[in-house]
Design a binder for this molecule. Sequence first.
Ligand code: KMH
Ligand code: ZN
Length: 413
Amino acid sequence: MKSVIRVRIGSHDAHYAGELVDGAKLLQLFGDVATELCIRADGDEGLFRAYDSVEFLKPVRAGDFIEAEGRIVGWGNTSLKMEFEARKVIAPAHGHSASAADLLAPPEVVCRARGTCVVPRESRRQPLAGGRPQPCILTAAIVGAETTRAQNPHLPLTAEELGADAARCVKAGATVIHLHARDEQGNASQDTERFRSAIRAIRKATRELGGVIIQTSTGGAVGMSVAERAGPLGCTGEDAPDMATLNVGTINFGDDVFMNKAADTVEMAQRIARHGAAPEVEVYDAGHLDIAAKLLKDKLLHAPLHLQFVLGVQGALSASERNLQFLVDRIPELGVECTWGVAGIGRHQMTMADLAITWGGNARVGLEDNIYLDKGVLAEGSAPLVARAAELCKQRGRKVATVAEARALFKLA
Ligand code: KMH
Ligand code: ZN
């Protein structure tokens, strides 16, 4: 959650020699930004309790335009942890006419701060639409189609291994298993029976832990036909997956092309609807949101819509904070109730998970997308990655969703 204000610093704000502005002016701007954040989160102006740090980095003078931005970075019961940045975006151009000014590109950061605001319990107005985030749904992508045992020897391949790894992920906090299957040679397979065995093994291994939501891939591996990719949808009745991915746009995928022609996406959406699984739309690039909007308009998708931003695939949208912000900001354009999550590829996995957790979204981690726990340290299965995401939830004050909560948030049957 963020708030931005932009103001011109007038001559009346200048306090020191050379039209220099008092640092307190910037703290006043941060105070206003913080107040908006409290209103957005809790419907009340709240109170600024303390600054943990304030750094004045550059002078501010009369005639400067200052943009002050604040974000909630931690969700306490009554406290909200915030980070602030003030940037100079326009400055008077000296040496020209008295009214000349320059746009600064890039803007100059003049002040950074961290602090805590409090909205007393009795003042909190809950629940507010777009206010405090819901519990965070952690998805474990435990195998994928591309990762190999040579890259990470802890990759689960057989049904039994998938079941055991899924159980470890559930213990670590995962409530959704994003599932692919492999054949005897370890190659990607969308064969119905292989998925059936894996689904049975996962359900058996996680039953005593409260179960898990199973989301089967209909993306499979590059080069597979639609009919082949739809294999997991042959699992019905007791073996039916709860969710299925829907890939809506073609992208470069490393040296390959991951083809998702419009007609194929329509067919897959129809197959998923006939099956009864809840679709999750995989968004690898900005235009995929536009395709999702068209699918909604054509009644091939329905609310609530589940969006998974997969960022950092080589050939698609990169995993940056700015790109994620852009995608998240565009969600309201869809005009329907949505849940959203992020899967960052490779070294971006935990950074993207942390942003999603901080901003109120959901996070996907696991060996499908990233094989390392730390730089140069292989993850021993996906559970350590899930555990780290759960730890981030704790640090950010987000509750990790239970299966029942995730089912309710996804509105699954
Ligand atoms: N293996 C990728 C080409 C999905 O699961 O739906 C596609 C993929 C997406 O993994
Ligand atoms: Zn996948």
